[in-house]
Design a protein. Structure first.
Length: 289
């Protein structure tokens, strides 16, 4: 039998031996393990939550049952309080969520009993429901006003994929002109037309035959761009020019931009023979302060 003792190590030559201080340096463990090291060494234990959970949401305090937060398993709140993630606490021991808590009470009321917020808070609560990924609340909010009407409006605006780009163009042109003139307001011309084929009033009875029996080469004679800053159209829907104007003004107003508009005539550009463009032209006035 061969017995190996510690003296065998000591018999190494002085050149091969390490000093005791070198050995301590090589094998000294860090005072505070990093998260990676800790995860590799010892897995973190699941976080335990009380049955009644005190919450601090952006400085606003709430208290609810743990089962309420876990009501729908596919939500962010259910994941946060599942025990798989660490939730920090404030000085009073409340679990802290770094989010504006203004509408968190509406979130809890839905999780508790399915209550929906009043109409004036629907849009804001919808935004919070998106953040917390509460699908049932999103579905309920989308089925009431004003979000239900907004879905219908967006279906109409979906016919014009350039709509948002044109809104930005209106804002940029108005801002540039106001800055150049050092003025409170700026004016620009906007064309809004629904029909693809511009015609003069006395040609209306022949509109269908003119539109569908025209050859491609003849149709090109009618193609032109009205001399305006921004042009919306054409589109095929029941909604008319005034509906689109309402959308434009509403969306600009929602961004805090004061806007007035009025019809100042038609394009009246000569196309060919006795055909003239009759697309309506609107003057938009953007007031900045």
């Amino acid at each position: 039998m061969v017995v190996v003792t510690g003296q065998g190590k000591a018999s190494a030559t002085p050149d091969d031996a390490m000093s005791s201080s070198d050995a301590e340096d090589d094998f000294q463990e860090p005072a505070t393990p990093t998260a990676t090291q800790a995860g590799q060494a010892l897995p973190l234990l699941p976080q335990q939550f009380p049955e009644v959970v005190p919450l601090n949401v952006g400085g606003m305090f709430f208290t609810t049952r743990l089962s309420t937060l876990r009501r729908y398993e596919d939500t962010m709140l259910a994941a946060m309080f599942s025990g798989r993630h660490y939730i920090p606490t404030d000085a009073e021991g409340r679990y802290f969520i770094d989010r504006d808590g203004t509408y968190f009470g509406d979130i809890l009321n839905f999780l508790r009993s399915g209550d929906l917020p009043p109409r004036e808070r629907v849009r804001s609560v919808y935004k919070e429901a998106q953040y917390y990924s509460i699908g049932p609340l999103l579905d309920n909010l989308e089925d009431i006003q004003p979000l239900k009407g907004e879905k219908v409006r967006q279906a109409f605006l979906g016919l014009m994929p350039y709509y948002k780009d044109h809104l930005e163009r209106i804002v940029e042109i108005a801002k540039l002109r106001a800055m150049q003139r050092k003025a409170r307001f700026a004016k620009l011309k906007v064309c809004v037309f629904k029909e693809e084929m511009p015609i003069t009033p006395y040609e209306c009875p022949h509109f269908n035959s003119l539109r569908f029996e025209r050859s491609e080469s003849e149709a090109k004679l009618f193609e032109h761009h009205c001399e305006v800053d921004v042009s919306f159209g054409p589109w095929e829907a029941v909604a008319d020019v005034y509906d689109l104007l309402h959308c434009i003004v509403s969306d600009l107003s929602a961004r805090g931009i004061a806007v007035d508009h009025q019809c100042i005539g038609v394009c009246d550009k000569h196309l060919i023979n006795h055909y003239y463009c009759k697309r309506p032209i609107y003057e938009f006035k953007i007031t900045w302060w």
